[in-house]
Design a protein around this ligand. Structure first.
Ligand code: GDP
Ligand code: GDP
Length: 439
């Protein structure tokens, strides 16, 4: 999914000219009669080193021509639904008009990132004219001349800085790719026993392979959904044991396994409960951004199961809030009982970790969260938060924009993350929150 950019603004401010300049070919019809019929199209362009889709919204200007502002609104509503970024173009030569201002006021309420572009600033006095565009309230405007090609590189770099982050992996949608699973936990929790139970007859050693950490061995098996590759660190573990002694967990090996995996299964010894060492591994998984499922192993040997479960859940509640709601599967790797519940739980958590929330839904949540619990004051003034985007999943990452957003205190950030997690049902998934200040 390429980021989508819409160019909007009053008729005749130079949208089509800018569009053509960005696409690099003469595609849209340029005409100085306002509202010339044009088909609405999408074009691929490269902006600031990124491939993007430019939405040509010009055709929509044909909407009922009651007022200029009404027409702009009609044409822009559709664009806003689809766009990751809006370029709001004004004519700096003509100066801001009442409809520019009315439209900007409306646009500010639409919760999409907007860049103000002051066009027709060529020649002397151009930059001065552009200053007026500050009044639109979208931060620093970019001054350009679409016709003469001035200010375009500035526009490219500014746009690049406002686009959602590039997805980390191209292969994201590749259905044939196996799910990558790391089985982590302290020594003797039962990791090897669990691996054997999962692999069963199908055991197939595939590593070492190029690109994988040296000494990492991977094995694959099929669950009900598809292939699963276990990023096994047996080799690394063995080495670590020699170096550090048998009872030591190798943090290095665990981190390497986590880096190569999508989901981590944290194996706990139910007889020992959840202690500091286990929490440390869980936090490493969280820090690496992995989805986590807990395998509560040796369940066969537990006498008071109710107390054991409660003990674990209390500790999770108080000490692992970052992974709130994490799934706990009680099992016995040795007897095989309950092991069949593990992969469905892994798949489900993985799906949440993969989930993209559409911008519209995201902002409905965002407004609700803000109205239920207002952002706090900083230096006596309320911190205003404008809109949210979700540039990536794996793990889910939300970016919130607003003037002084960076000043938001930790407890309010936590509130937003928890509210997001509840609203979109993402237990056991680390959620990243980034705050970006706008002026
Ligand atoms: P749209 O209706 O917003 O798509 O505007 P157009 O791209 O059709 O341009 C409207 C008019 O403004 C045309 O006559 C263009 O040649 C002119 N125009 C576009 N960009 C510039 C510019 O940077 N400087 C000047 N002086 N005129 C421009
Ligand atoms: P690892 O160090 O995490 O790979 O742990 P192992 O798989 O080597 O298991 C450590 C010990 O726990 C072994 O003696 C296993 O037999 C025992 N064990 C593993 N799973 C279970 C289980 O489900 N129930 C019981 N009672 N013992 C288990």
């Amino acid at each position: 999914m390429l980021p989508r950019i819409a160019i909007i603004g009053r008729p005749n401010v130079g949208k089509s000219t800018l569009f053509n300049r960005l696409v690099g070919r003469k595609l849209a019809i340029v005409d100085n009669t306002p509202g010339v019929t044009r088909d609405r199209k999408e074009y691929e362009a490269r902006i600031g080193g990124r491939d993007v889709i430019l939405l040509d919204t010009a055709g929509l200007e044909e909407a009922p021509p009651d007022t200029v502002a009404g027409r702009m609104r009609a044409s822009s509503e559709a664009a806003i639904q689809q766009a990751d970024l809006i370029l709001f173009v004004v004519d700096a030569k003509a100066g801001l008009t009442a409809s520019d201002r009315a439209f900007a006021a409306w646009l500010r309420r639409q919760k999409v990132p907007v860049l103000a572009v002051a066009n027709k600033t060529e020649g002397r006095g151009g930059t001065m004219a552009a200053l007026e565009a500050y009044e639109l309230g979208f931060g620093d405007p970019v001054a350009i001349s679409a016709e003469h090609g001035e200010g375009i590189s500035d526009l490219h770099s500014t746009v690049a800085g406002m686009l959602p982050e590039e997805p980390e992996e191209e292969e994201e949608d590749d259905k044939d790719r196996p799910l990558r699973l790391a089985v982590v936990g302290r020594p003797n929790a039962g990791k090897s026993t669990l691996l054997n139970a999962l692999l069963g007859e199908e055991r197939m050693i595939t590593g070492p392979e190029p690109g994988l950490t040296r000494d990492a061995v991977t094995s694959e098996f099929n669950d009900a959904v598809g292939r699963v590759r276990i990023v096994d660190t047996a080799g690394m573990r063995k080495k670590a044991r020699i170096v550090e002694g048998l009872e030591q967990m190798s943090v290095g090996a665990t981190i390497n396994a986590l880096k190569e995996a999508e989901v981590a299964v944290l194996v706990l010894d139910a007889l020992l409960g959840l202690d500091e060492q286990d929490l440390r591994i869980a936090r490493l998984a969280e820090r690496e951004g992995r989805a986590v499922v807990i395998a509560l192993n040796k369940w066969d040997a537990v006498e008071d199961r109710i107390a054991a479960r409660r003990g674990i859940e209390d500790t999770l509640q108080t000490s692992l809030a970052q992974l709130k709601g994490i799934t706990v599967v009680a099992m016995s790797a040795a007897t095989g009982r309950g092991v069949d519940k593990l992969m469905p739980a892994v798949r489900e958590t993985m799906e949440r970790w993969n989930k993209r929330v559409p911008t519209g839904e995201l902002n409905r949540w965002f407004e609700g969260a803000l109205s239920r619990h207002q952002p706090p004051l900083a230096d006596g003034r309320r911190i205003k938060l404008r809109y949210a985007t979700m540039p990536k999943a794996r793990p889910p990452t939300i970016v919130i924009f607003g003037p002084r957003a960076e000043d938001l205190p930790e407890d309010y950030r936590r509130y937003l993350v928890n509210s997001f997690r509840d609203a979109f049902d993402m237990p056991g998934v680390p959620i990243r929150l980034q705050l970006r200040g706008t002026s």
